[in-house]
Write a protein that binds this ligand. Structure first.
Ligand code: AMP
Ligand code: MN
Ligand code: MN
Ligand code: MN
Length: 278
């Protein structure tokens, strides 16, 4: 089953609009797609329409930004959520509201190292003004010739510890999982290999807290995972009885290592999260 349950459109920081993303997934022979924009469900209706027109199985999704211990940002994907659920919509709107102030603080910090007008530049790349994020700053600095690609901008300016990074308070883990479950969805720990700030004990605690909150799945196959990561999180899924998810985290052709629908298969003994999706 070619399921891709993690990707982004222009509604957050992807490069394709929702319909174009769905057409690309279909062309890449995806059989089940979830659109999982950051903190926003506004692309789901358009994606669902396009998927229905093509006969592609589609579920609504979202990737919620969460602040966990020691100011670590965690991403929790929700799959199969009701995109009209009022509590989920209100929670996401709250999370989005912090982004404008964060973007201003980022621009102020960037100005201190001599990069002027970064906010105006980033806005040019944010098609959804409520969803301005680091990727939009990165694209602006690539377009202005400062850096050759977005990865390099992150490395020099936007990653933690770099001049444009500011700390920010997102949703709590419990809130994110409760919103997803309340909207009938399944909560998934996104790209677990990316949380290297957490000690191994803190990561185990995250998994325990996530399960206690009602979380049920983990991305075993993810665009950012190496083969070794995949094996490690397959083991975790077995040990903790978690459902296994698979997602490219595709953002755009020139930015993403893995195209939509082109990630590795899940190990066959795991229970895929889509066994529980409509
Ligand atoms: P934000 O929610 O504004 O903090 O932006 C997070 C997004 O930035 C991620 O979803 C990725 O799209 C992008 N991102 C984070 N780290 C990197 C990186 N090292 N290289 C390229 N893109 C990154
Ligand atoms: Mn992103
Ligand atoms: Mn993410
Ligand atoms: Mn993502």
């Amino acid at each position: 089953m070619n399921a891709d349950l993690h990707c982004h459109s222009t509604v957050s920081d992807g490069c394709l609009d929702p319909a174009a993303l769905v057409r690309r997934a279909y062309a890449n022979r995806v059989e089940l797609l979830a659109l999982t924009d950051h903190d926003e469900l506004a692309g789901v209706a358009e994606a669902a329409r396009e998927a229905a027109a093509l006969g592609l199985r589609f579920v609504a999704g979202v990737e919620i930004s969460v602040s966990y211990v020691e100011d670590t940002t965690i991403h929790i994907v929700g799959l199969g959520v009701d995109p009209r659920n009022p509590a989920l919509l209100a929670g996401l709107a709250d999370v989005r509201r912090g982004r404008e102030d964060r973007a201003r603080r980022m621009a102020d910090e960037l100005e201190r190292v001599g990069l002027r007008d970064a906010l105006a530049g980033a806005r040019q790349f944010a098609r959804n003004p409520e969803m301005i994020g680091r990727a939009h700053f990165a694209r602006h600095f690539v377009a202005s010739g400062l850096m050759p690609n977005v990865n390099t901008v992150f490395e020099h300016y936007l990653a933690r510890g770099k001049p444009g990074f500011v700390s920010h308070k997102w949703a709590s883990l419990d809130e994110a999982v409760a919103w997803i479950r309340g909207a009938g969805g399944i909560a998934v720990i996104a790209h677990p290999a990316r949380y290297h700030r957490l000690s191994s004990a803190a990561f185990d605690k995250l998994v325990a807290d996530f399960i206690a909150a009602g979380g049920e799945a983990v991305e075993v196959v993810a665009g950012a995972h190496t083969q070794e990561d995949m094996l490690r999180f397959a083991r975790l899924a077995r040990q903790r009885g978690l459902l296994a998810s698979r997602g490219s985290d595709f953002h755009g052709e020139t930015e993403s290592a893995v195209d939509v629908g082109r990630c590795n298969p899940l190990p066959p003994d795991l229970t895929p999260v889509w066994s529980r999706l409509p």
